[in-house]
Design a protein around this ligand. Sequence first.
Ligand code: GAR
Length: 218
Amino acid sequence: MANVSLSNKNNKSSSSKIINIAVLASGRGTNMQSIIDKIDSGYLNAKVAIVISDKSDAFALERAKKHKIQAIFLDPKKAKSREEYDKLIIKQLEKYTVDIVVLAGFMRLLSKYFVEKYRNKLINIHPSLLPSFPGIHGYEDAWEYGVKVSGCTVHFVDEGCDTGPIILQKVNPIKDDDTFESFKERGLKIEHEALPEALKLFCEGRLKVDGRKVRILD
Ligand code: GAR
């Protein structure tokens, strides 16, 4: 892949522009909440323009509505294929000027069509140190394997499952007296730092993708 600078205008001087974020979420939406909170605190110069879920009962939708953010459930059963469903998502996203799409606990694989359309503008948070324990049970798989150090990964999304270029990782060392619950609770708090941190770098135009490497510019 060629070198690609990523940002609103590919340089830091344009970092005063407010970045429009779209969030895709399937569940309770605590990572989405961390983005909203960091916007409210002034840490992120961004706006959540729209939240889309593939689950009608996703609490993320309630959270979004509470913050007066457009929140939409799109029923996967209404589409005949993955790509057709993704086109329904795109139709909604195109109503806004979306700078970046964030997968915050979105438990569906996206089609090649979607990934290609939003390449280098599509990021995911995953609850393990990739490439270990990809998939939908990151915490469970790491815990059952018995690793001594786990953590989370924020990465650009490519066509694979949790395989895209890594933006940042944070570690979550496992303590002898941890239970699965305490391990996961601490891990989630770490996720809530990692995702806004990666987004801030994006907003400031400080991410440069060079093949598999994401360099963080000063
Ligand atoms: C988070 O732990 C996130 O890392 C994970 O789902 C959870 C969503 O929580 N994502 C994945 O496993 C993606 N493969 P949240 O709805 O409270 O943000």
